[in-house]
Design a protein around this ligand. Structure first.
Ligand SMILES: *Cc1c(COP(=O)(O)O)cnc(C)c1O
Length: 500
């Protein structure tokens, strides 16, 4: 059955997967959502005998129905190759009875690689299918990890340019160094004096600006997005949840048909939404546990049915989750409202005008497959230390939010089902905070990239977990980008770079 995409805000315009991917955001400012719920066509017994590539194909073909088998398989093959340091692509490590799904074996050491390794290939195919002659300009806001993963994916890809805005003082030294050392003739990296929400908002404004679009057209340019507002980001992420369950079955960690829980450290709600879509497709999931750091806007939402962004923005040691406006929640709102775009649009209008909205009791009932929790900085530090002391396994500060929240969830509910915890970054991406946690000190203390490199080496010696290749390369890398602008200056930077 052909899969089509609609806007969460009621645009009657219907898009194919290719068009939805190239547009990124729907013309009315809504997010593209699939118009029906596909089911996995293979049984888990069959899936458990398949490779990551084959499982990814089984999942993605249901969403990208305008891709031929040959095209989609070629994209998957090109994306999930030696760029990943293990042929399993997304391996699971069992520690303390929990299943850590390691999504950081790609080039930039965070889970964003899982989707951004394949997105450039999907987009190139989509552009070809739609006879797109304009150059594609990937406009991206990042909380730290998307930026580098998108840069790595799109650098020097013919027919594309990529622009990344990151919060100058809101990313880790390793994250910043990864971005500002990016090579490639088609890339622009800019730090903004503001937080991630400011960057994301600025990008959304540029995206929906008619005048800008017209001038871009004249220059044969068009915007697209590498953020998780792009459906092309979400679809590849569904695959690893399905593949994990299949692997747990294969390893006889769970019995056929048994339900698991999935706990996801969450920021923009993309990764956990992919798990929600996987559940739709037939993945036996009891609870999707949404784990927040001290910016616990999602925790409050799931507890009270009220989304309220009017609160203090807290800078934590899990910076990729320091977000108060979780874009992808809009997709969940749309689905829980019974795919009602009008209802969804009204709530989003409220959010932008008044800073908050409340959902109905009925909608709340639809959210019963979610549980939510949050972890303070101290709880995250304790989670890192305890896990290391008891098992020798090292996790990063984001994964620690998941581990800490899962612990609290088990305590509160007694639900001790097998639980997959999304491990979203390598511990070596945040060496200072991880090191401090192991010493029993507070997570905080900023350091610079050189200090971080030395600390990562000490961590690696101590734990015996090898330093990833991309980390070693980073040491030699030269800074190429040092532009910083006010949040109001984003437009001017884009215009300058594109010659508008
Ligand atoms: C992006 C990111 C997250 C948050 O993922 P969302 O899809 O935005 O919820 C968590 N951890 C790390 C390391 C990330 O890079």
């Amino acid at each position: 059955m052909e899969m089509l995409y609609r806007s969460t805000r009621g645009n009657r315009e219907i898009a194919s997967a290719s068009l939805a991917m190239l547009n990124g955001l729907a013309p009315d400012g809504g997010l593209y959502v699939p118009d029906h719920l596909p089911r996995l066509e293979k049984s888990f017994v069959e899936l458990s005998q398949m490779t990551y590539h084959d499982i990814a194909y089984e999942v993605m073909r249901q969403f990208l129905t305008d891709f031929s088998q040959k095209e989609l398989r070629a994209c998957i093959r090109a994306a999930y190759d030696e760029k990943f340091d293990t042929p399993q692509i997304a391996p699971i490590t069992v520690a303390d009875g929990r299943y850590f799904l390691e999504l950081w074996h790609g080039k930039t050491m965070a889970f964003k690689d899982m989707a951004l390794s394949i997105l450039p290939y999907l987009m190139a195919n989509a552009a070809h299918k739609l006879n797109e002659e304009r150059e594609i300009v990937i406009l991206t806001a990042t909380s730290g990890d998307t930026g580098k993963a998108a840069l790595a994916g799109f650098a020097d890809v013919p027919g594309t340019k990529i622009i990344v805005f990151y919060p100058k003082h809101g990313v880790s030294p390793v994250q910043e160094k990864q971005m500002v050392t990016q090579e490639g003739d088609n890339v622009l990296v800019v730090g903004i004096k503001g937080n991630f929400d400011d960057a994301q908002n600025g990008v959304k404004v540029l995206f929906t600006d008619e005048g800008m679009r017209a001038r871009m057209n004249e220059k044969m340019l068009r915007f697209s997005s590498a953020n998780s507002i792009n459906i092309g980001r979400l679809v590849p992420q569904i695959a690893y949840y399905v593949a994990s369950y299949a692997a747990m079955l294969r390893e006889e960690e769970i019995g056929s048909g048994s339900e698991i829980n999935i706990c996801v450290p969450t920021g923009n709600f993309g990764n956990i939404l992919a798990a929600y879509y996987a559940r739709w497709m037939g993945l036996p999931v009891h609870k999707l546990i949404c784990a927040s750091n001290s910016n616990k806007v999602l925790f409050d939402f799931f507890r009270q049915g009220v989304y309220d962004k009017e609160r203090e923005f807290i800078t934590t040691q899990s910076p990729s989750m320091d977000i108060l406006i979780s874009s992808n929640l809009e997709r969940l709102i749309y689905h829980t409202a019974g795919d009602d775009a009008e209802k969804c649009a009204a709530l989003m209008k409220r959010l932008s005008r008044e800073g908050h909205y409340e959902i109905s009791r009925e909608m709340e009932k639809e959210l019963s497959c979610f549980a939510a929790g949050y972890a303070t900085e101290e709880e995250c530090a304790a989670a890192i230390r305890e896990l290391y002391d008891t098992t020798g396994y090292l996790i990063d500060t984001h994964t620690a939010v998941g581990a800490a929240v899962h612990r609290k969830y088990v305590k509160e509910t007694g639900d001790d089902r097998a639980t997959l915890i999304a491990s979203t970054a390598s511990p070596y991406k945040f060496p200072r905070a991880v090191w401090n946690a192991l010493q029993g000190r507070a997570l905080s203390d900023r350091s610079d990239a050189t200090e971080d490199e030395a600390l990562a080496e000490r961590l690696s010696k101590k734990s015996g977990m090898p330093l990833p290749e991309p980390f070693l390369q980073l040491k030699q890398a030269r800074v190429r980008h040092n532009t910083v602008c006010e949040k109001e200056g984003m437009r001017a930077e884009v215009e300058r770079f594109l010659g508008l």
